[in-house]
Design a protein around this ligand. Structure first.
Ligand code: SF4
Length: 433
């Protein structure tokens, strides 16, 4: 079969889709590019859509992707899986063209289900199952799923319902999978999960145990931690990263709200003081560290006065850039019963102001690094387009990330692919995306 896949949402979904596609290709299927199908250059027999339920926008994109696939090939099978499929199976089943809806409990079984004529009743897998998975289409960097699910039940979030409770493999099992990644030749591994800091908590192990073991593994040059809750980012983890062989000074720490009142309404497990202390600790031992923060705009209680606190708090912190989300009601979450709703127009306005602040902070962070020399892992794909002002439009470029997550370019050189080079950050080699 020709299979095209489309992934919405987080890095975890990307790792899962990529892992599935690798298994399906190993079984003799041909993987075709979703974008090629979209522009009519290819046609798939099976369209696979891995969905997200974090926001109403993500769900809308899922419905559009289904319609698009059905329009491209009305005879094709369409399998919809993932978080939105888990929480809205009935709705998705009724969309024309959909063959099968697989929640997070069953999606790892897709290759088996294809062999069994798409009969979902052949198998049952509870949401407590965990599969170690990793992406494989990029030779240089791999997204490695080390944890799934969440026990936190923040009031706005549907993920614990869509992905179940927190779970992971043991340190030893995770190391076995990491050895396979190392053997595949990937040099950078991004550890992903829903709530990565809870790794190992149900089997008497800890996230730090995992980090220490991974750091000793040969073959992998660099690790990034994709996201970690501030209350789980201990000073021990920060000190470990600062002195480790391979963990990079790049943190993604969800903030969600910069006002203690809103954080309480969200049932987050920290306050602004704790968040600020974590960032100060990071910068005290890794002054050039890149720190990204998720922020939600327009959650209940975010009045103009509270929002001013948010802007002022974020402005005061050494945050490098923001991932901004606009709050939308998620069915089944506790936030639906909370008061202090914010009108949708105000939520959008807060989003726009946060995006503006993010741009300013990102520019300031990148500018602060100019003149410094940092290790860059060069990627494999040559790019013909010129994104660096001083380089010739006809000269192919290659791209890579510094340890502290600044995108740089240089003239393409095949011998540098998948290697780390010390590079001075200059205005002309920065790729501002
Ligand atoms: S920590 Fe909160 S926001 Fe993150 S997945 Fe768990 S419930 Fe959702």
């Amino acid at each position: 079969m020709k299979i095209a896949a489309h992934t919405l949402g987080c890095k975890l979904n990307y790792a899962e889709t990529s892992d599935l596609l690798r298994r399906l290709a190993d079984e003799g299927n041909t993987i075709v590019d979703w974008a090629e199908c979209s522009r009519g250059a290819e046609k798939a027999d099976l369209y696979l859509i891995n969905t997200c339920t974090v926001t109403a926008v993500a769900e809308k994109k899922c419905r559009n992707a289904i319609r698009q696939a059905h329009h491209q090939n009305p005879d094709a099978q369409i399998v919809v899986m993932g978080c939105f499929a888990q929480v809205a199976a009935k709705e998705i089943e009724n969309i024309p063209g959909v063959t099968l809806v697989l929640g997070n409990d069953k999606k790892a079984l897709l290759p088996d289900l294809i062999r069994n004529n798409f009969n979902p009743n052949t198998f049952r897998f509870p949401l407590s199952t965990f599969h170690l998975q990793y992406s494989g289409e990029d030779r240089t960097r791999t997204f490695f799923k080390i944890q799934d699910g969440c026990d936190y039940f923040c009031t706005y979030c549907a993920i614990p319902y869509a992905r179940g409770r927190s779970r992971s493999a043991t340190v030893e099992e995770t190391l076995c999978a990491a050895r396979r990644i190392a053997a595949s030749g990937a040099k950078e591994v991004i550890l992903t999960g829903v709530n990565t800091g809870t790794f190992g908590q149900h089997q008497g192990e800890s996230f730090l145990d995992l980090l220490e073991n991974l750091d000793n593994l040969e073959g992998i040059l660099r690790y990034r931690i994709s996201s970690i809750e501030p209350n789980l980012l201990t000073d021990e983890i920060i000190d470990f990263v600062a002195h480790s062989r391979a963990f990079l000074p790049h943190f993604h720490i969800p903030l969600q709200a910069g006002s203690d009142h809103v954080l309480q309404l969200m049932h987050r497990r920290y306050d602004t003081a704790l968040y600020a202390a974590k960032l100060q600790k990071i910068k005290s031992v890794m002054p050039d560290a890149c720190i990204a923060a998720d922020v939600m705009a327009g959650f209940n209680g975010e009045t103009e006065e509270e929002f001013r606190k948010v802007l002022s708090f974020i402005s005061s912190l050494p945050i490098s850039y923001l991932h901004v989300f606009t709050y939308s009601d998620r069915p089944g979450t506790a936030a639906l019963k909370l008061g202090e709703k914010i009108p949708v127009a105000v939520r959008r306005e807060h989003t726009a102001r946060l995006l503006e602040l993010s741009e300013q902070k990102h520019k300031a962070f990148i500018d602060s690094q100019i003149g410094k020399t940092k290790p860059v892992l060069w990627e494999s794909t040559p790019h013909s387009e010129t994104q660096s002002l001083s380089l010739s439009a006809t000269q192919p470029l290659m791209f890579g990330w510094t340890d502290n997550y600044i995108r740089l370019s240089r003239p393409y050189s095949p011998t540098l692919v998948n290697t780390v080079e010390e590079v001075e950050i200059r205005p002309e080699n920065i790729v501002r995306e």
